[in-house]
Design a protein around this ligand. Structure first.
Ligand SMILES: Cc1ncc(COP(=O)(O)O)c(C=O)c1O
Length: 441
């Protein structure tokens, strides 16, 4: 019997044994290996709000392909789009009219941006955006916030989840590499900033700013459980970067479209110089977006000196996915439904934890949320989140899993899709109530 006692994952375990012989660790993405189960769960398929594993369990999915499936699994509009490209050559990696149409729509939804390039993954988009910013400014340094994630990226692959004993003072964080194999000299070009600390950010940017090409940030830091900037902090970041000629890049790979059609922080009135998008915007197909002010984006080849190209840039599959997604996400009922689900889910979770005497903070922002056990107030930076009880988190995730609710193990963020119904949310809350009861027992 597996570690889940009464959840039989034996077929998954057999597949993992086989996979281990042909893939490192038996997985294709390390985040899919569940250390608590000592195996990944092999899924058979996704449909709407649900995923079905190879051992015949159905889960209400709160991972949703790490946020990429905001339309749910296999949305009919995306299925129709894929069918359309089957008749048009499938990949057909050339310039097409659909690219122009999607670019125009994105520029309408992200005011202050003039030009767009498409690529494949979030990692590629942040990587290209940083190169473009370096080419534009002629500077080689980058700045980032502690706790923010920008993909598997050697340039800013620092201090996403650093161990605190290595991370330096809270007001002057040290760059800690997120992986082995990142050239140590890259650390000399990275300035790590503490999120929501205006005085420290101003001091660090004034010290190093003239060497910094770009400051990249998650405007809503879902990768540290949904940290929000205060509006004053975000404005200060904008003012300082503008004053110092630093390109401000919003990495909205995860937070874009999560709250409204467009930027997650559109209400704060701050416009970056560049934005990168990924995940949801492709409707579940692998598309990412680099966009920005015209003078900056024109640093791209063939107009400017920064080589930007790629076999798979804007191939048909990607852009039809984005066109379908944008058509859905701009319908008035889309965010009305998402927000109604969120209100019920987040208030229901808070009520459960209160009633069960569990100290937990539900950080629900739009269609994605963080859940921090052991915290009774809103965290403002990565170090605040480090006070959470990870053991309780793991027990809660497992207790939900065996009752048919999939919260991705140890993930800093969870979320639902437009395919979830109010009945799914009620079923989830029932499960969470039982799971909460189990973990305090
Ligand atoms: C904010 C952010 N940026 C970039 C990435 C990298 O995207 P991808 O996994 O598509 O390379 C992620 C992925 O989780 C992300 O959350």
């Amino acid at each position: 019997m597996s570690k889940t006692d009464d959840l039989d994952l034996s077929r998954s375990r057999q597949l993992h044994a086989r996979a281990r012989r042909v893939m490192p660790g038996g997985v294709n993405a390390s985040a899919r290996y569940d250390p608590a189960l000592e195996q990944p769960i092999f899924m058979e398929r996704g449909q709407g709000a649900y995923v079905y594993d190879v051992d015949c369990h159905r889960y209400i999915d709160y991972n949703m392909s790490h946020g990429a499936s905001l339309l749910g699994h296999g949305h009919p509009a995306v299925v129709a789009a894929v069918q359309e490209v089957l008749a048009k050559g499938i990949l057909c990696a050339y310039e097409t009219e659909i690219q122009v149409e999607v670019a125009e729509e994105l520029l309408r939804l992200f005011p202050g941006h003039d030009l767009v390039r498409f690529t494949g993954s979030g990692t590629e988009a942040t990587w290209h955006a940083l190169r473009i910013a370096r080419a534009y400014t002629g500077r080689m340094g980058v700045a980032k916030f502690e706790g923010h994630y920008h993909g598997v990226n050697d340039t800013v692959g620092f201090s996403c989840r650093p161990r605190l004993e290595l991370a330096g003072e809270p007001t002057a964080p040290r760059p800690v590499p997120d992986s082995a194999g990142i050239p140590p000299e890259n650390a000399t070009r990275v300035t790590v900033l503490p999120f929501n600390d205006a005085a420290a950010v101003e001091r660090l940017l004034r010290e190093n700013g003239r060497l910094i090409a770009a400051l990249i940030m998650e405007p809503i830091n879902y990768d540290a459980q949904g940290l929000r900037p205060t509006p004053e902090f975000l404005r200060l970041v904008r003012d300082l970067t503008r004053e110092m000629g630093i390109v401000l890049i919003f990495d909205e790979v995860l937070c874009g479209f999560r709250v409204r059609p467009g930027s997650a922080v559109a209400d704060m009135g701050v416009t970056p110089d560049m934005t990168v998008l990924g995940k949801a915007v492709g409707g579940g197909l692998p598309l990412s977006v680099i966009m920005g002010r015209g003078d900056i984006m024109n640093a791209c080849t063939p107009v400017g000196p920064a080589l930007q190209s790629g076999t798979y840039n804007a191939h048909l599959m990607q852009v039809v996915g984005a066109r379908a997604f944008l058509q859905e996400a701009t319908k008035p009922e889309f965010y009305a439904h998402l927000n109604a689900l969120g209100e019920r889910l987040y208030s229901g979770m808070r009520e459960i934890f209160d009633r069960r005497d569990i100290v937990a903070w539900v950080q629900g922002i739009g269609a994605r949320f963080g859940l921090l056990f052991g915290l009774s107030e809103e965290p403002r930076n990565y170090r605040d989140t480090m006070r959470q009880d990870m053991g309780m988190m793991a027990r809660f995730h497992l207790a939900c899993l065996k009752r048919g609710v999939y919260l991705h193990h140890f993930s800093p963020h969870h979320g639902y899709s437009i395919a979830h119904t109010m009945a799914d949310i009620e079923e989830t809350l029932d499960v969470m109530d039982q799971a909460a009861q189990e973990i305090v027992r």
